[in-house]
Design a protein around this ligand. Structure first.
Ligand code: URP
Ligand code: ZN
Ligand code: ZN
Ligand code: ZN
Length: 511
């Protein structure tokens, strides 16, 4: 089967192709400048003051606001068939909700059904996503078992289909054992891919579950009891040790606890190349919601794995770890199930479909908990919500950066406006929101996706199928050659040719 080719409809190619954003503060991960940004045909063409631009160009006044690289959510699961249910946010509603919150690119996970080849799985996800996505997207591919065929297909996916990351599980029935993880990491290293792990000790969880159910603990409170912090921390440490053996860059998805984050930190200090992603759920709420007095639906609505932690200091500590670069990114792990679907686990917490929302609220919640509280500044906000994902998955500086030659994925962010999160008003398909009632400072007033204004003065006009599949080339220089790229930062104020050349230099390092 050949890879489906994405066509941009004609009516989307011609209109609204020029845009000038004036008087805002341009924020990149390495600094803030007061500049105007001129966009043409989906690309940033000029940055500076007193730009000379064609007449008739639409102008947006960003006075008092920040001009940010659009968010990149490195972790979503749209229309994912999991634990007997299918997540309700599909690639249309999920990406539409993402844009409304200031995220202009998502990376989803192609997860093979039992017996399905990872290559077919990839094609199937492309088919599901291509005509629905409202913003650009890329795919990680999950390895739900290990075999010679998987190994061969990883090579094809990396070399021919723009996949540069593979997720492996250390829990669930489809977990890999240590030897299999070793082989899979080794193959990732050979191919120039990033190994991702869901780090929890599945064997111990199974034992804990048996014990809890036999004691009659069947409600959602059993979820965290069966998967305590230690079980997460142990697996994080083990994954780091295995990755170090084969010198494979490792990305730990959904770091949910202090002790797991500490293991990431220890490994980094030992020289292991490991990146830690935490979730907006983990910094925006906590595991006290699992308590039975909240009732089944409320508690089950918060069930994801690894669980939210009942230690209420966790969100603040994780935010501090993001500030100190112990952790590098915030994803959403958006995997939404309606209340009726969560009922599958009414009599047994192990059957509650795992997953929560976050794709829409990620940017606002991180701003509220990070920038508004003063723990991080806007440059670090950009790093953890956009640029670091672009660097790790080799999308930088096309994505995650406001510079000449980059894609015009831009958010005009009003730090003084507020909004209250609610399932009643969110754009997601799901009927529950784990951040219900949270008041967030920081609102995306304009969201520009590939040069088009999709959120316009707060009004959302998402276009189904407008997004593209973006290939993530192997051997990301920031991961595989960090020394080489350390001094190679694109300039923001050169001529168009100089700056495009600069971007190409970075892209060329591994071509
Ligand atoms: O509970 C979760 N995290 N659901 C999504 C699947 C995964 O492990 O990321
Ligand atoms: Zn996971
Ligand atoms: Zn609660
Ligand atoms: Zn996930």
């Amino acid at each position: 089967m050949s890879t489906p080719v994405k066509k941009v409809p004609i009516h989307l190619q011609s209109s609204q192709n020029r845009l000038l954003i004036r008087h805002g503060q341009v924020v990149n991960e390495d600094g803030i400048t007061e500049d105007d940004v001129y966009i043409e045909d989906g690309i940033i063409k000029q940055i500076g003051r007193n730009l000379i631009i064609p007449g008739g160009t639409r102008t947006i006044d960003a006075r008092g606001k920040y001009i940010l690289p659009g968010g990149i959510d490195p972790h979503t699961h749209f229309e994912f068939e999991f634990m007997g249910a299918k997540s309700v946010d599909d690639f249309y509603q999920g990406t539409k909700a993402a844009i409304s919150g200031g995220t202009t690119m998502i990376i989803d996970f192609a997860f093979p059904k039992p017996g399905e080849s990872i290559l077919d799985c990839f094609y199937n996800y492309r088919q599901k996503a291509d005509d629905k996505v409202c913003c650009d997207y890329a795919l990680h591919v999950c390895l739900s078992h290990w075999s010679e065929q998987v190994k061969r297909e990883m090579e094809l996916l990396t070399k021919e289909h723009g996949v540069n990351s593979f997720k492996m599980f250390m829990a669930y029935s489809f977990m890999l054992n240590d030897g299999e993880l070793y082989s899979a990491f080794e193959q990732c290293q050979k191919l120039g891919a990033v190994a991702q792990v869901h780090a929890e000790n599945g064997s111990i969880i199974a034992k804990n579950v048996e014990k809890l159910l036999s004691k009659g603990i069947t409600g959602p409170e059993g979820h965290e009891l069966s998967r305590p912090e230690d079980i997460e921390a142990e697996a994080v440490n083990r994954a780091c040790v295995i990755a170090k053996q084969v010198e494979c860059p490792l990305y730990v998805v959904h770091v949910m606890s202090k002790s797991a984050a500490e293991k990431v930190n220890e490994a980094r200090l030992r020289g292991t190349q490991v990146y830690g992603e935490t979730l907006v759920a983990a910094i925006g709420t906590d595991g006290t919601h699992y308590c039975s007095r909240h009732g089944f639906q409320h508690a089950a609505g918060h069930v994801l794995s690894p669980p939210l932690r009942s230690d209420p200091s966790t969100p603040l500590v994780l935010m501090n770890f993001l500030a100190q670069d112990v952790l590098q990114l915030v994803g959403s792990d958006n995997c939404t199930f309606n209340k009726a679907q969560k009922e599958l686990g009414k009599d047994n917490f192990t059957k509650i479909p795992n997953g929560v929302n976050g794709v829409e609220d990620r940017m606002s919640v991180v701003w509220e908990k990070g920038v508004h509280t003063g723990l991080i500044d806007p440059t670090r906000f950009v790093a953890i919500t956009s640029t670091n994902a672009a660097k790790i998955f080799n999308l930088y500086p096309r994505k995650g950066y406001i510079g000449v030659g980059s894609d015009a994925d831009i958010v005009i962010w009003n730090p003084n406006a507020t909004r209250t999160i609610s399932a009643k008003t969110h754009h997601q398909a799901v009927d529950f929101n784990i951040f219900e009632g949270m008041v967030c400072h920081g609102v995306p007033e304009y969201v520009i996706v590939n040069g088009r204004v999709i959120v316009d003065e707060g009004q959302l006009r998402a276009v189904q199928g407008y997004g593209r599949y973006i290939e993530s080339p192997a051997f990301p220089p920031f991961v595989y050659d960090p020394e080489k790229v350390a001094d190679l930062k694109p300039e923001r104020n050169g001529t168009v040719e100089e700056e495009i050349q600069n971007i190409r230099e970075i892209e060329k390092i591994h071509l």
